[in-house]
Design a binder for this molecule. Structure first.
Ligand SMILES: [Ca+2]
Ligand SMILES: [Ca+2]
Length: 163
């Protein structure tokens, strides 16, 4: 019985530890919310819209490469996920990517903004060929002072004259 009382004081210790654990739990909660909400919601059958824009269909509105590039040294859109649609002008498999160029009528007629951009293939192993019109969804990044788009998905949209 006296031992029971001692156990009672033992129960106090875990309660002190519980306070500590609650603190631990709080920071874990922050980490959990990110991964937990994704798998939890999909597990529950709730459709979670993907982050950022969807790739859409060929011919849908897209961000102009000139807007992705901007007129400054670094892209004003770095870090964002965007969709562009343009014509493949060069394929550099050794650099794991290809260059795309806006169609002539998508040019902003501003020589300070580039109409071309490098698309880094990332995990994709297929390459378009020069003259393919492609619609690319990906994250805008600065890579060794050059702006690139890290390919997440790609739609083939036929062929076009290389601008
Ligand atoms: Ca275009
Ligand atoms: Ca331009």
């Amino acid at each position: 019985m006296t031992q029971g009382d001692a156990n009672g004081s033992d129960a106090f210790d875990p309660s002190v530890e519980w306070d500590f654990y609650a603190k631990d739990d709080f920071s874990n909660l922050g980490a959990h919310t990110g991964s937990g909400s994704g798998s939890g919601e999909s597990g529950g059958g709730v459709v979670v819209p993907p982050e950022g824009p969807a790739i859409g269909n060929c011919g849908d509105s897209a961000t102009l490469i000139s807007a992705v590039q901007g007129s400054g040294a670094a892209s004003p859109e770095a870090g964002k996920t965007m969709v562009v649609e343009a014509v493949v002008s060069r394929v550099t498999a050794f650099a794991s990517g290809f260059y795309i160029q806006e169609e002539a009528n998508d040019s902003d007629n501003n020589p300070a903004t580039s109409e071309g951009i490098f698309v880094y293939n990332d995990t994709a192993t297929d390459y378009p060929v020069v003259g393919d019109k492609v619609r690319v969804l990906g994250k805008v990044e600065e890579y060794f002072t050059k702006t690139q788009i890290r390919r997440s998905s790609l739609l083939a949209c036929g062929t076009a004259t290389v601008p």
